[in-house]
Design a protein around this ligand. Structure first.
Ligand code: GSH
Length: 117
């Protein structure tokens, strides 16, 4: 089994789906949480200047949805045929829609608009 190190900020955000994949499958991984004040010092060393990244035996993968899909494949949660894999993709995409909508609501200052989002 490879070693997995997931690096993200100390929030759920774009890393939570991959964390859930690892935890649900009982897979050992390092949950490396970066505090915001330390981010500027390491940003330039990230492949796309953003988080999350997943290190797999030292190989660095960026992009949260690619990471989540990869992790699910690694641990056997990505389906046994094309239809099951499409269902897994539906879960990935739905989680991303929920995350994105939550961020929009979180940032909305107008309480009336926030309720109706
Ligand atoms: N498409 C990328 C977006 C990554 C992204 O926007 N990461 C944000 C945190 S959610 C980030 O690294 N922000 C800090 C920065 O851009 O300096 C993904 O899904 O991983």
């Amino acid at each position: 089994m490879p070693t997995y190190k997931l690096t993200y900020f100390n929030i759920r955000g774009r890393a939570e789906l991959t964390r859930l994949v690892f935890v649900a499958s009982g897979t050992n991984y390092e949950d490396n949480r970066i505090e915001r004040e330390k981010w500027p010092a390491i940003k330039e060393s990230m492949p796309q200047g953003q988080l999350p990244i997943l290190e797999v035996d030292g190989f660095v993968l960026p992009q949260s949805l690619a990471i989540a899909r990869f992790a699910a494949k690694e641990v056997g949660l990505f389906g046994r045929n094309n239809l099951e894999q499409a269902q897994a993709d539906v879960v990935v995409q739905t989680c991303e829609d929920l995350r994105s909508n939550w961020v929009t609501a979180f940032r909305e200052k107008d309480e009336t608009k926030k309720v109706n989002l």
